[in-house]
Each structure stands twice: as C-alpha cells, then as structure tokens.
Ligand binder design. Structure first.
Ligand code: HEC
Length: 111
C-alpha cells in the first residue's frame, strides 16, 4: 500500500478531532459586530461547544441549528439554558442573565 492515502486519512482525522472555533459574528472583521453577539460567541466557545460542536451541529448534545424554529418564543430557550433539561446542565449559577441572553441570541442569529 502506498503511504499517501494513509497520510490523508490521518490529516482528516486530526482536522475533525479539533473541529475549530465557533463561527465568527458578522462584522467581526470590520469592527462593526454586535457586542452582545461577540459575548455570546465567547460563552458558546467556553461552555457549549464541547457538547453541541463549535458550529452547533451537535455531538453529545443535539444539533441546535435553526434552534429559533423550535423555540418561537426566545423565553422558552432562555429557560432551557438557565435551568437545564435532561442531560444538559443549567447555567443560571455560572452566567449572568445578560450572558445567557447573549449566548442564546448567538445560537439564534449566528449559528
Ligand atoms: C454536558 C453537555 C452539554 C453542555 C455543556 C451544553 N449542552 Fe445544551 N444540551 C445538551 C443535551 C444532552 C441536550 C438535550 C436535552 C434533552 O434531552 O432534553 C441539550 C439541549 C439544548 C438545547 C435545546 C435544543 C432543542 O432543540 O430542544 C439548547 C437550546 C441548548 N442545549 C443550548 C446550550 C447552550 C447555550 C449551552 C452553553 C451555555 C449548552 N447547551 C451546553 C448537552 C449540553
């Protein structure tokens, strides 16, 4: 067997193992990004991406892509993140209301 396909395989496995950073907030490159969404991305990267994947496509926790279609009322989504549900811990004691609102807005508006 030629070594080349093996090298490609190893590189692909490494790339998927460190799936990377959460998607940037629009305008981040020009300095015009909504600071609330920037805060939300920070919280997402620190506390949510490990279970839901950096891009929200899911892993240990479900995909939260198009999450705004399942939580028409943002308040219901805030409650899940504050109180937890099933295998997901609540974040009320860890983050302020403003931080939780920021990460929920990030999932609805950027992911
Ligand atoms: C330890 C893993 C874990 C972490 C960390 C985690 N989640 Fe979850 N999350 C889950 C699991 C598991 C579920 C499914 C809960 C259920 O079955 O009811 C879930 C469900 C959700 C849902 C509901 C999805 C839906 O469509 O009903 C949202 C929204 C959510 N998580 C957001 C977040 C946010 C925001 C954070 C970070 C502040 C976070 N999660 C951190 C595991 C996690």
């Amino acid at each position: 067997m030629r070594p080349y396909p093996l090298v490609v395989l190893v590189v692909l496995l490494l790339a998927s193992a460190c799936a990377g950073a959460p998607p940037p907030v629009p305008g981040a490159d020009t300095g015009s990004a909504d600071p609330v969404l920037v805060l939300g991305r920070d919280v997402w990267g620190r506390s949510c991406a490990s279970c839901h994947a950096p891009d929200g496509s899911g892993g240990r926790g479900p995909s939260i892509r198009a999450v705004e279609d399942r939580f028409i009322d943002i308040q219901d989504q805030l409650t899940v993140v504050e109180d937890g549900r099933g295998g997901m811990p609540g974040f009320r004691s860890r983050y302020s209301t403003a931080e939780i609102e920021a990460v929920v807005r990030y999932t609805r508006e950027v992911l």
